[in-house]
Design a protein. Structure first.
Ligand code: GRF
Length: 208
């Protein structure tokens, strides 16, 4: 079974969606560790409730960003993690971490990349920018993490209608319910089943 490590900072609703699918028996992965930079992240509690190791590794406990990344690398390597799932992890990881797990790190972004992404585009800001622009469709994107911000190969996307009455909060919630919680477990399932490969920086299905 694919051995997965998860990085979280907040409430962990995406982690919960993944745990629910594992519980239903439709996502054949083993989560060996959940790591947060924030001791109070509710995501850690969700891990503990599922008898999964829940660990806090904080940037401020290390001399610099590089030492912090080395600690994260050792943590995941010690557990032989094959895929790292970033589920609302609010620390930007640098070259050493990304190179240590090249094409083995996934992230979810709450818009249809390449729209409304890049530096500074996270959380409610994404949905504020969507409403400000007046686009009629937004959504979510699961992508591999490379050295840029939201620039890695796209694994899966799902569109969500923008409604006239939307506020950033209502839109954020609907994007999570209709897109994020659906495509994150599904993308991980396809990777776990060996259905996907990366070719010329694009994700392709092996068996279309
Ligand atoms: C989600 O909106 C995700 O798209 C973004 O961070 C948020 C995490 O939420 N990367 P949660 O902690 O999974 O509830």
């Amino acid at each position: 079974m694919l051995n997965v490590g998860v990085l979280v900072s907040g409430s962990g609703t995406n982690l919960q969606a993944i745990l629910d699918k594992i519980g239903e028996g439709t996502l054949p992965i083993h989560i060996s560790t959940v790591v947060s930079n924030n001791q109070r992240a509710y995501a850690l509690e969700r891990a503990r409730q599922n008898a999964i190791e829940a660990v806090c590794i904080r940037k401020k406990d290390y001399a610099d960003a590089d030492e912090y990344e080395q600690a994260l690398i050792s943590h995941f390597k010690d557990r032989n993690v094959e895929l790292i799932v970033m589920a609302g992890f609010m620390v930007i990881l640098g070259k050493s971490f990304i190179r240590a797990f090249y094409n083995q790190i996934l992230n979810i972004h709450p818009s249809l990349i390449p729209s409304f992404c890049g530096d500074g585009m996270y959380g409610l800001r994404v949905h504020e920018a969507v409403l400000e622009k007046g686009v009629k469709v937004t959504g979510a994107t699961v992508h591999y993490v490379d050295e840029g911000t939201d620039t890695g190969p796209i694994v899966m996307q799902k569109a969500v209608d923008v409604l006239d009455a939307d506020t950033p909060s209502t839109l954020q919630r609907r994007v999570m319910e209709e897109a994020e919680w659906v495509i994150y477990p599904e993308a991980i399932r396809q990777i776990a089943e060996g259905n996907l490969m990366i070719e010329n920086n694009k994700v392709r299905r092996r068996h279309p």
